[in-house]
Design a protein around this ligand. Structure first.
Ligand code: GUN
Length: 301
């Protein structure tokens, strides 16, 4: 019988959050209260659940959260005004603009308007570029969480062949950049890749982030592969609504060494890394303010 490990994202996220809580306590001792502003435009039901969970988790670890709910008919200009006021507010360290936005809003302009130092999603081109250059920047939360799970499961990732399925800006592309930084050989597959199964079967590590329910089954996997399933797809299963990943879990179990379940795999990691990024942002901003005021002191003497 094939033995495999279930990668427990809930337990891993809890470990990350324990450390975040300690970091928050240390910042509070220095009179710094880390704070996250969350912007939700419109009434997308899934986004409402995600935002609620992010705010709950922030409260649990001692991060102050400020929620801005805007109606669907909000204009790009109105959204940009809100972002500008949050950028200028020194008591706010992180700004999260929940995606997707209503179609009439210029998403790129809105994301680029967020101060890169407060960009806890790592979506600003300054942070995207920094990540691909291997600089220490705020990196997107879901791929950061996936990398953490892989390091916990595989140990040293150097030289492993990682296949990323999907090329979104939120997961696929930053995931590939993080894996490269970890010295993996990286292949990115997408809807135009010919014979993706054959390429995927060469992978030691598979990251599935395509948004297609149960697309990847045992025929895509080499024996002993480690699989991270980022997909969260709601399907109708004989009249019952349920969540499944991009991986056909039961089929994959016959091949894999380790796999994340859906739910309870990657999902909790995204929020844990959002909290971690918020604390990092608070720390960075405080240090920058301190060195600025030190520079002023030097200049007046
Ligand atoms: N929508 C789906 N995933 C994400 C995410 O990681 N960040 C934001 N801001 N929106 C999302």
């Amino acid at each position: 019988m094939n033995t495999h490990t279930l990668i427990d994202g809930k337990a891993a996220a809890a470990r990350v959050l324990v450390q975040v809580r300690k970091d928050v306590d240390r910042l509070r001792e220095q009179a710094i209260q880390p704070a996250l502003a969350v912007i939700l435009v419109g009434g997308d039901p899934a986004s409402q659940v995600y935002v609620r969970n992010k705010i709950l988790r922030a409260e649990e670890v001692g991060i102050r959260s400020v929620e801005h709910r805007l109606t669907t008919d909000t204009s790009t200009e109105q959204l940009l005004n809100l972002i500008a006021s949050l950028n200028a507010d020194r008591s706010i360290h992180g700004i999260l603009l929940q995606l997707p936005l209503p179609a009439h809003i210029d998403e790129l302009r809105a994301l680029q308007a967020i101060d890169p130092d407060k960009d806890v999603d790592g979506f600003h081109s300054e942070n995207v570029g920094g990540l691909s250059q291997g600089r220490a920047v705020l990196a997107p939360c879901t791929p950061s969480g996936c990398l953490y799970l892989l390091e916990q499961t595989c140990g040293d990732l150097r030289g492993k062949h990682a296949v990323v399925i999907g090329r979104s800006n939120i997961v696929g592309k930053p995931m590939a950049a993080l894996l490269l930084q970890a010295d993996c050989s990286v292949t990115v597959l997408h809807s135009r890749s010919p014979n993706p199964q054959a390429l995927c079967r060469q992978a030691d590590i598979v990251i599935a982030a395509v948004g297609r329910p149960r697309l990847i089954d045992a025929s895509w996997l080499k024996p002993g592969a480690v699989v991270i399933d980022v997909g969260i797809n709601r399907i109708d299963d004989d009249g019952r609504s349920r969540l499944v990943g991009d991986v056909d879990f039961d089929s994959a179990l016959t091949q894999v060494a380790a796999i994340t379940p859906v739910p309870g795999g990657v999902g909790p990691m995204t929020i844990a890394f959002l909290m971690k990024n918020t604390v990092t942002a608070a720390l960075n901003q405080h240090q920058a303010q301190r060195s600025q005021s030190e520079a002023v002191c030097h200049s007046i003497y």
